[in-house]
Design a protein around this ligand. Sequence first.
Ligand SMILES: [Zn+2]
Length: 298
Amino acid sequence: MKLIVDVAQRYAKMRAHTAAHLLHAQLGAVFSETKQAGSFVDEDYLRLDFAADRALTGEELLEIQKKVNHLIYAALPVENFETSYDEAIKLWAKAFFEDKYGDTVRVVKVDQNISTELCGGTHVSNTKDIGCFVILAQESVASGIKRIVALTWPKVFEYLQEKDQILNSLAEKFSVGQKQVVDKTEKLIKEHESLQNSFGQLQNKLVADMLRWLPNKTNNPELQLVLEIPSDVDFKIALGQVRKIFENQNFLIYTKEWNFALFMQEWSAKTLVQSLGLKWWWNDQLVQGRDPKVATIF
Ligand SMILES: [Zn+2]
């Protein structure tokens, strides 16, 4: 049993490793020079790091994924042989870790000219054994170093199933077919925005109506209006409505939580607030602050 598992794991790693070579070859088609900066191969899982001055676009990633899959379906032979380092370099093999190579090197070749790399790893003997290839993500691992994370069959199948489940549950929630999920989501976002808009307008109207009924507590000749805003009213909305309704009037609004806003035409609200020793921020005709003294001063 253990042997079967080991063999299965070994094949899974072989699929991922050969796929990494195909991926590397395709990166070469996008960038004039790609320098592999490391790779990691596990069971039907691979990561390939490479030096690049920019990230691949979504279309480029899709194109690479498509081409690698075409190479898989083309059922190309994968062979390996030993040769001298000099001979291998003459064959244009891609050597990644030059200082690590001895006089004799192992070359892994896909078809005649698809991919030739110096590599000591084990590979499938035909690209069709990889089954399928999907790019999971592109990441930035360091400055100038990008990483592609990809899967090979049968992890691709698991990945697709998982995606299908997510899409299915969304479609079910929205009571639409899978293909309509995007349209439905856009529609819901628009509806949400419009509801938020109406809610905002309604809130403003309610606050505006309420403001007209609040008792004016002013006993200061400089201020035409002093209102205590109830705690359950949004202070920002109240301030906006007060400015709109009581245009050009000097006012103070405050809450039980000591938030206040003071607006003065004639002389600077800032000077007044400072002279009263209130804690304040925002320097303008309009001063806002938070201070327990505010309810008792005016
Ligand atoms: Zn390799």
